[in-house]
Design a protein around this ligand. Sequence first.
Ligand code: BTN
Length: 318
Amino acid sequence: MREKILDFLKRKEGYTSGDQLASRLGITRQALWKHIQELKNIGYDIVAVPHLGYRLISTPDRIFDFEVTCGLLTQFIGKKIYYFESLASTMNLAMQLGLQGAPCGTVVLAEHQARGRGRLGRHWLSPKYKGIYLSLILRPKMLPQGASILTLLTAVSVCEAIKESVGLETRIKWPNDILVGNKKLGGILTELNAEMDKINFVIIGIGLNVNNDKKTLTGSATSLKEQKKEHINRITLVQEILRRVESNYSLFENKGTAPIIEKWRQDNITLGKRVKVYCQKEHIEGEAQDIDKDGGLLIRNDSGLTQKVMAGDVVHCR
Ligand code: BTN
């Protein structure tokens, strides 16, 4: 009902009569009043004027599930969204939901994470109401060894969504850091629940610095607000990310990895560079030549030998 009321109020420039609104929604005026109070309690500024009705003045800067769902128009991604003010990590909750059988496309969103995590066991800073902290459950029919393609697919989707919704060009550092220049804007974390020969489900975690102010960012990080010098609408950005992930996921299901790898090649800044890749105990240095069909990075060292790495931390040397 909240969605319907907001939809009406957002469409109307002036006041909407309470009688008209209640009868359109098939509820009593009293029930409508109760819903309006609930909306006001969560931050919607709605004025009520006798004989004129209700008018929406402003909406809160929150990524409420019902706001994201409204007008999303996807087939399966984001059909069910779980929204929280605060969580330890959206990854943990998505993992629990996955184990309970949540369908492919289920999304977990939080306004804040107390223990947000990044790749290689790092902490992911998740200040309240500033970023996008999202985990998505996918159930692909594929071998666990092939799952890296989903990380690349998500990185491409996030770049496309930022371009479309914010008008900013971003680049991908292998495998999945989203950069502007050489500063990090966001990252993707993929976790699997799998057997040797079958993925049960995958959790894709997306973390993006959106409205973080410069003073709250470390030197090597940036935010969309810092880049665009304006406040960014997180709802439209989340919606666009979900749409892009869905269309690229369908592309992958229908045409395989090749078109995704091609898109990733277009968006990346790692290929052609001299890199150092830190993997567990060693590091590999050389020229990043290409990625293979599984998303592994091919590095040619100074002796001319090409090695493939599937995970690690890349430093661009020049
Ligand atoms: C990286 O190291 O670059 C990946 C960062 C991924 C952060 C996101 S925020 C939403 C989800 N929940 C987490 O705890 N981590 C991921």
